[in-house]
Design a protein around this ligand. Structure first.
Ligand SMILES: NC(=O)CC[C@H](N)C(=O)O
Length: 226
């Protein structure tokens, strides 16, 4: 399986993601500069965390105009797996690949802490290696993780099972319905505020993020076979 990690000016979790894919999966992974216009040779595209374009105007609002985003949209439509983590999630909402928006945390502080997160369904491409009803520990690190959408959109997210992760402890940012991560309707595009690449082995505080990556690989292998 070939992974692309898109690097925007201001990304700072790109190499963490590259190492996570190498260490957890041992699969091929390439950092790809945001000027790239063809991602067709990749099976999965990862948008990392950070401060793209210095978070000017609004997190992700400038990165969504990067040339690479047309290619990301094209591969998303083709059904490839797209994962946006933190700033990557913000870019996916700004680009319209996911509904809703990420606003400033309600307390206006940057929060960096290990967070209990409930896995809402395990029949998705990203969560098949988790257990039903499991609460995992994955760190957050953001100032704008306060997910918001209108009531109709929220109802649709709930009805379609698009909410994959919710904060299971005290809501750390004011996010509506405790949302920590959502997919698109087809389920191949995931945006999440917690950082699974920062939780892949015990010494990091939790190994729980690793299974998100192993889930993606297992899903891809199954789809290859069919
Ligand atoms: N770790 C990150 O990706 C941070 C995202 C964004 N810069 C924020 O503070 O919300």
């Amino acid at each position: 399986m070939r992974f692309a990690v898109v690097v925007f000016p201001g990304s700072n979790c790109d190499m963490d993601l590259v190492h996570a894919i190498e260490d957890v999966l041992g699969e091929e992974v390439n950092p790809v500069w945001h000027h790239e216009s063809d991602l067709s040779s990749y099976d999965a595209i990862l948008l990392p965390g950070g401060f793209s374009y210095g978070d000017y105007l609004r997190c992700g609002s400038l990165a969504r105009f990067s040339p690479v985003m047309d290619a990301v949209k094209k591969e998303a439509e083709a059904g490839k797996l797209i994962l946006g983590i933190c700033n990557g999630f913000q870019i996916l909402t700004e680009a319209g690949l996911l509904p809703g928006a990420l606003m400033r945390n309600d307390h206006l502080q940057f929060r960096c802490e290990l967070e209990p997160v409930s896995v809402e369904r395990i029949d998705s491409a990203f969560t098949k290696h988790y257990a039903e009803g499991e609460t995992v520990q994955i760190p957050i690190a953001h100032a704008e993780g306060n997910y918001f959408c209108d009531e109709d959109t929220l109802q649709r997210l709930e009805d379609n099972g698009q909410i994959l992760f919710r904060y299971a402890g005290k809501n750390p940012n004011g996010s509506i319905a405790n949302i920590a991560g959502i997919t698109n309707e087809k389920g191949n595009v995931l945006g999440m505020m917690p950082h699974p690449e920062r939780a892949i082995v015990d010494w990091m505080g939790s190994p729980d993020g690793a299974r998100l990556f192993t889930s993606m690989l297992a899903y891809w292998k199954e789809n290859q076979a069919s």
